[in-house]
Design a protein around this ligand. Structure first.
Ligand code: ATR
Length: 271
């Protein structure tokens, strides 16, 4: 039986086991997917363990997405460009690192029917998560504007991927096809990093936060008449892409979404 899993710290709230195990079961694949809590100092030995135990593949989450690269045999150029590996595939003993986060963003946008080529997309935040979002937007041909509290970080991303950078305080000047929230503001709290008047200037709003699923950002966007895309879409699509890499099979994406949703409800009850 093959073994897969997620490594992170902490990892107990991860929805990946629910999502992947549901998909493995549905396709009758004889494999299990676990959650491995790995403190930063144990990462090198954990990766040795993956090799020694012949673990088939890993999802990689905070805080290991950047540091894991040093312990792999190969990192694909897209993951290197984004600066983060969220997926490790064990190819006959060689550990290959790649990134499906940006694909999760791309699929979520495509699924919502958005056509972003040559259109303006505005990103709030300039942290690690923003990098995958901006990479996806550039791949879709969008013109990107990045607003961040610390403008220097937005400038860095604008240089790396192409785009314009502004301080978050100037957000009310922004307009475009879509507004994407990538900061941690609103995660397990009822906060929105942007004033609600901004939503008048956009057709669609997307949040990458999914706890709560209906963030204040999305709820205010909806009230202003925007189409909304929740953060669970991206999570599920990045997981579905991982499933494809792990098993070589077409992922049951709707089922994975339902399993993640159930896991989310379960987690909230526990909290
Ligand atoms: P991640 O990897 O999850 O994106 P990160 O790299 O720590 O996390 O980035 C967090 C993002 O949230 C940053 O854009 C950060 O803004 P700064 O670069 O100015 O720190 C943003 N952020 C966090 N708390 C914020 C707040 N209270 N108001 C506005 N932006 C905030």
């Amino acid at each position: 039986m093959k073994v897969f899993g997620v490594i992170g710290y902490p990892v107990s709230h991860s929805l990946s086991p629910a999502m992947h195990n549901a998909a493995l079961r549905a396709l009758g694949i004889s494999a299990v997917y676990g959650a491995f809590e790995v403190p930063p100092e144990d990462l090198p030995t954990a990766i040795s363990g993956v090799r020694a135990l012949g673990i088939g593949g890993l999802s990689v989450t905070v805080p290991h997405k950047e540091t894991v690269m040093a312990y792999l045999d190969e990192v694909d150029p897209v993951a290197a460009r984004i600066g983060a590996v969220n997926t490790v595939v064990n190819r006959g003993g060689r550990l290959f690192g790649t990134n499906t986060d940006w694909l999760g963003v791309k699929r979520s946008l495509e699924e919502a029917g958005l056509e972003l080529s040559g259109k303006k997309a505005v990103v709030v935040g300039a942290g690690g998560a923003a990098r995958a979002v901006i990479y996806a937007l550039r791949e879709l041909g969008a013109e990107v504007e990045i607003y961040n509290r610390t403008v220097e970080k937005a400038e860095r991303l604008a240089r790396d991927f192409g785009g314009r950078a502004y301080p978050l305080a100037e957000i009310l000047r922004a307009s475009g096809e879509i507004l994407i929230q990538t900061t941690s503001v609103g995660l397990r709290s009822w906060e929105n990093p942007v004033p609600p008047e901004i939503f008048r200037n956009f057709r669609t709003a997307m949040d990458i936060v999914y706890v709560p699923l209906r963030t204040r950002f999305l709820s205010e966007a909806e009230a202003a008449g925007c189409q909304t895309i929740d953060g669970l879409r991206m999570l599920v699509h990045q997981g579905a892409e991982q499933f494809k890499l792990f098993t070589g099979k077409e992922p049951p994406t709707d089922l994975m979404y339902q399993a993640a949703l159930e896991g989310l409800r379960h987690g909230e009850e526990k909290d």
